[in-house]
Design a protein around this ligand. Sequence first.
Ligand SMILES: Cc1cc2nc3c(=O)[nH]c(=O)nc-3n(C[C@H](O)[C@H](O)[C@H](O)COP(=O)(O)OP(=O)(O)OC[C@H]3O[C@@H](n4cnc5c(N)ncnc54)[C@H](O)[C@@H]3O)c2cc1C
Length: 375
Amino acid sequence: MSRRRTPRGSERSPLTGAQATADVLICGASFAGLAVARELAGSGADVLLVDRYELGERQTSACAVPTPWLAAMGLERCARQEIACMAFHTPHGSTRFRLPWSWTAFDYRTLCQELWAQCGEARYACATVGGRSGRVVHTDRGDLQAELVVDALGWRRVLAGADGYQPPEAPLSRGLEVHPDGGGVDLDVWIDRSLVRRGYGWSVPAGSEQRVGVGSYEPRDHVREPTVDLAGRLEVEPVRFQGNWFPHRLRSGAQDGVFFVGDSAGHCFPLSGEGIRTAFYFGIACGRELRRVVEGRSTREQALAAYGRFSAGHASAFSRALRLQRLIPALPPRLLSAALAVLGRPRLVARAFGWYLEQAHPRFAHAEGTGVSGT
Ligand SMILES: Cc1cc2nc3c(=O)[nH]c(=O)nc-3n(C[C@H](O)[C@H](O)[C@H](O)COP(=O)(O)OP(=O)(O)OC[C@H]3O[C@@H](n4cnc5c(N)ncnc54)[C@H](O)[C@@H]3O)c2cc1C
């Protein structure tokens, strides 16, 4: 596939007439937005995706996802490396877990292109979204209008309007990573206060590349120095930085006539900061509800209510993960090491990671023909 680049300056001509209207307007074309659009393929709906950048241009994550999700979405071609084991490191030792399922590190641009190829007749436009008045979305290329509007714009949740949800006060984590050449076998995780007070470090092998980073649950704590520190400990170059904020609390999935999906709805899992699988999962759920509207099987209001309930229905799992997020950094390091050693027993690993995958299970991607309302 040819590589397109983000149009700039005069290339960003106004979108007018038919270009500026659609049945479904999806703002944000990363994991969540593409998952929504993919679910609408073949529905006959006129779907417009907008993003400030060209498709797949800006990677902001380590791009590791449970392998069964890549298979469920038909995205195996973007895989760079399958990772069967995780190793947890504390100042008092290391425990290696063989998981009941594996991770796969993938190539972001290829994944976006592969998802896009599954989006049927959907249209794509580069435009920066600034806000909304009713169903009119304001962008740097003019106003866009649609009956059904989706915010998949990430943690800023731009279409909810200014609600003061900003770091460092808001419940957001921050993450930064470097992408040196390298390799490895395991997905390594460091829980070590000498690195980051409340958070963790990681190294994700991705073929010839290593994605080394640090996440802090405390948005006031900076992560650049710890990331460079971890790269130093691993003797890799701190090069090719990328980072972002990511949410660790669920927010309303439907508000004021808009569907919110992925990080914009706080769908990133609080303990692990894993938000790709959940963006797929909730994106599919949202897409199915939109499809019911397009096909005349429900109204916009019914779809908003059903999807909002579906998203909120996951609150207990997200709260549990948030409690663990608070508990784990507070444990005395020796106790944490002992707990990890116990958890490392095969039966416990299978149970814990089985529960974890169950919260947004890949079988959901196959359950075609149903709305989240179960019909
Ligand atoms: C350093 C780091 C590493 C991570 N590693 C992993 C990992 O390995 N595995 C995992 O599962 N999760 C990981 N995460 C979390 C994961 O990246 C997010 O949860 C996930 O990207 C959420 O997907 P999304 O589609 O909701 O939002 P995003 O991926 O943030 O996508 C939002 C899209 O909206 C566009 N956009 C934003 N604002 C505007 C605007 N105003 N106008 C137009 N377009 C706009 C952006 O360009 C982007 O394409 C990581 C996060 C960080 C910060």
